[in-house]
Every structure is written in structure tokens, then in C-alpha cells.
Design a binder for this molecule. Structure first.
Ligand SMILES: *Cc1c(COP(=O)(O)O)cnc(C)c1O
Length: 386
């Protein structure tokens, strides 16, 4: 058994990132500037989108995207219940309402067959989340959105890089929001990006991300800039720093290599757990290329004498860190008490929540780390079979 705790995640920061940040620190330009502009254009090119707007979190990205479509008080947006707080909370920034949608039992992505029944006269947008890094059913989603006149804003916090039917996530919908939080597939510590092919959305979000000040506000301290600026909207303070972008530029270069490494680990886990009927490995639909941000297994509790929580405890005793993605939003006190959602309103997500756990999956894992995860999971299953 391992003597050292294997964390659930460890970021992959190399010498290139450290040098790049150091160079930025020495340059004298710390906040939004040339590094952010370079990161934006490289990111746009990477996902094949016309525009990329850098911000300081994916939450900010989601907020600005909803602002770009002109979300108003009383409006509704459709959000999967299996997601992180951010996807739904941004609706409240507008006094709008997130209407939660249940998941597919296998992928845990939004169930596109339950979307139409949740649409009302007030619905403005659908916010699909590519859970764990597997793209949602985008054709079905777009067909509904088009028929009902809704915007599609993707929460792609897990989906860099991912492909749906050969199309890269980031240029499929009206707007796509990415996260560079410390645990995501590439990181700037904190950071985010919105990609879009719509010039008006891009311009609006760029302006709102920096106090609603007219174009290129960041240039006012450069030789080519001017002290004069116009406030044209009451904006926000969501700009990314050059220090963060310096990290992001180097991380983006490694994005595909990182993905290949995570995919190799995921394959190895799949093979190892195929022999354990109590472990249901991640299901990937045909035509999807998974980013493998998370490796989420589902326990078959009928075959075990322990619960998911005990399973996590047993792995911890074997020095393996895990996590749970996610506690569905409808089970949280705020949603339960204000929107009065009940567990049985989302049977798939409620069922899955008792069975899911996320195993360590990160590029810095050694071969021995992989084996230790496999051995620990196997040992817990074999000792706790019904
Ligand atoms: C991490 C995450 C976010 C929020 O990202 P931040 O950059 O931390 O704001 C949003 N949605 C999902 C699904 C996430 O996992």
C-alpha cells in the first residue's frame, strides 16, 4: 500500500511557465496587456473561433455571455442539475431564474429529451455543461434552440480540448466559456475565456469585462494610447492579468499533449476496471472526443456492502485522494429552499449522486501512481463484495 497520499489533482507547471511569468514580472507590465492579447489570439486560433475574450474566471465568462444576450430580470435559463455552482448562480446576477434539467444516466450530461418540457415564454438560453469533458448532444440541443429561439452558451470548463462530430468545442455555439482554475485541464491559477464567432457579442463582452470602458481601455497607459476614455456602460472588473496570461500561453502549447496523457491513463483505468462488475467506467458516446478532465466511476451498490462515502473513506485509508462531481444543484439547501426542488424531481441525478466518485487523473501522475489507484480500487471492491 502507498505510504504517501496521492492527491486528487496536482497542476502541471513546468520551467517554461515559470520563465514566462518571471519575464512578465520583470517587464513591468503586470495587468492586462500584450500577454493577454497574445493568449486571446492563440486561444481563438486553437479552438477555431473568430474571437476569444480573456477574463479572470469561467464564472465571469458565463456572466458576460448572459449579459451579451441581454438577459433580464424574470427571464429563465436552462441549466443541468449536475454541475458546479457557477453555471446556475450567474442567472441570479440578473434576477433571472435557473431552471434545472436532469441528466442522462450514463454520460451524466444534460438529458436533451427533457429540455422542451422546461421551456416557457421566459426561457432565453440553454447552458449545457460538457460533464467531465465529454461533449453534450449538441445537434439535438441546437435543433431545440433554433426551433424555440434560444441562445446556446456552453459551459466548457471541463472540455478543453474536446470535439463533437469533428468540431472542436469552442466554435460550435453562440458562446463558449472555459475555465483555467487550478484544477482544470490547463490553468492560470484563476482565469477564463469566452469564445464566439459573433462580432457584437465579442465587442460587448470585451467592454463589459473592463468597467464598460470603450475599446482598448488597457492601452491607455501605453505610448500609442491616450489618457482619455469613455464609460459607455456600467461594466465589471473581470479582466485577466498578464501574469496569468503568461502562464496560460505556455499551458495552451501543452494542451494536446496533456490531453493525450490523461487519455492514456483513462484507457488504463478502463481496462483494469473492466474486470470489476461493481465499477461502472465512464461511458463515451460515438462521435465524441473526450477531454478527460475527470475520470468519474459509478459504483454498482447492489454488488457492494459499502456506500459511496465509505468507498471514498476506504480509498483515503489507502492514501488515494478522490472527489465527487457533483453534488447536484437541486440537493443544495439554497435550491431546495428557494426553488423548492425535491430529490425525486431529478431521479437520474439523485440516483447517480449516491454512486459517483472521481479518481485522480492528472498529467503529473507516475506509472506507479496509476497502478496504486488501480490496486486500491480493486482491493476495496474485492474486500467489500456482497
Ligand atoms: C470549475 C467550473 C466552473 C467555474 O470555473 P471558474 O473558472 O472557477 O469560475 C464552472 N462550471 C463548471 C462545470 C466547472 O467545473
Amino acid at each position: 500500500m502507498r505510504t504517501q497520499f496521492l492527491p486528487f489533482h496536482f497542476p502541471d507547471i513546468g520551467d517554461a511557465e515559470i520563465r514566462s511569468v518571471e519575464e512578465t514580472l520583470r517587464s513591468g507590465w503586470l495587468t492586462t496587456g500584450p500577454k493577454v492579447k497574445a493568449f486571446e489570439s492563440q486561444f481563438a486560433e486553437f479552438v477555431g473561433a473568430r474571437h476569444a475574450v480573456a477574463v479572470n474566471s469561467c464564472t465571469a465568462a458565463l456572466h458576460l455571455a448572459l449579459d451579451a444576450i441581454g438577459l433580464k430580470e424574470g427571464d429563465e435559463v436552462l441549466v443541468p442539475t449536475v454541475t458546479f455552482a457557477a453555471t446556475a448562480e450567474v442567472a441570479f446576477y440578473f434576477r433571472a431564474k435557473p431552471v434545472l434539467v436532469d441528466c442522462c444516466p450514463k454520460t451524466l450530461n444534460i438529458d436533451v429529451n427533457q429540455i422542451e418540457q422546461k421551456i416557457t415564454k421566459r426561457t432565453r438560453a440553454i447552458l449545457p455543461v460538457h460533464f467531465a469533458g465529454q461533449p453534450c448532444d449538441m445537434d439535438e440541443l441546437h435543433a431545440i434552440a433554433e426551433r424555440r429561439g434560444l441562445a446556446v452558451i456552453e459551459d466548457a470548463a471541463h472540455a478543453l480540448p474536446a470535439w463533437y462530430d469533428g468540431r472542436m468545442v469552442g466554435n460550435i455555439s453562440d458562446m463558449t466559456c472555459f475555465s483555467f482554475y487550478a484544477t482544470k485541464t490547463i490553468t492560470t491559477g484563476e482565469g477564463g475565456m469566452i469564445t464566439t464567432n459573433n462580432d457584437d457579442f465579442a465587442e460587448h463582452m470585451r467592454i463589459m469585462s473592463l468597467h464598460g470602458i470603450s475599446k482598448d481601455a488597457w492601452k491607455r497607459y501605453t505610448a500609442e494610447g491616450s489618457w482619455r476614455y469613455d464609460i459607455i456602460q456600467p461594466g465589471y472588473k473581470y479582466n485577466l492579468t498578464d501574469m496569468a496570461a503568461a502562464l496560460g500561453i505556455e499551458q495552451l502549447r501543452k494542451c494536446l499533449a496533456f490531453k493525450n496523457r490523461r487519455e492514456a491513463i483513462a484507457r488504463r483505468f478502463n481496462e483494469a476496471f473492466a474486470e470489476l462488475p461493481a465499477i461502472c467506467t465512464p461511458y463515451v458516446k460515438p462521435g465524441r472526443e473526450h477531454a478527460w478532465h475527470l475520470y468519474v466511476i459509478q459504483l454498482d451498490l447492489d454488488q457492494l456492502i459499502i456506500s459511496r462515502d465509505q468507498f471514498i473513506q476506504e480509498l483515503k485509508r489507502r492514501n488515494i485522494g478522490t472527489s465527487v462531481h457533483f453534488i447536484p444543484l437541486h440537493l443544495h439547501p439554497f435550491y431546495r429552499d428557494t426553488i423548492h426542488y425535491r430529490p425525486q424531481d431529478f431521479p437520474c441525478a439523485t440516483w447517480a449522486f449516491d454512486r459517483i466518485l472521481s479518481l485522480p487523473l492528472f498529467t503529473r501522475m507516475s506509472e506507479q501512481d496509476e497502478l496504486d489507484v488501480i490496486d486500491a480500487v480493486t482491493d476495496v471492491v474485492l474486500r467489500n463484495r456482497r
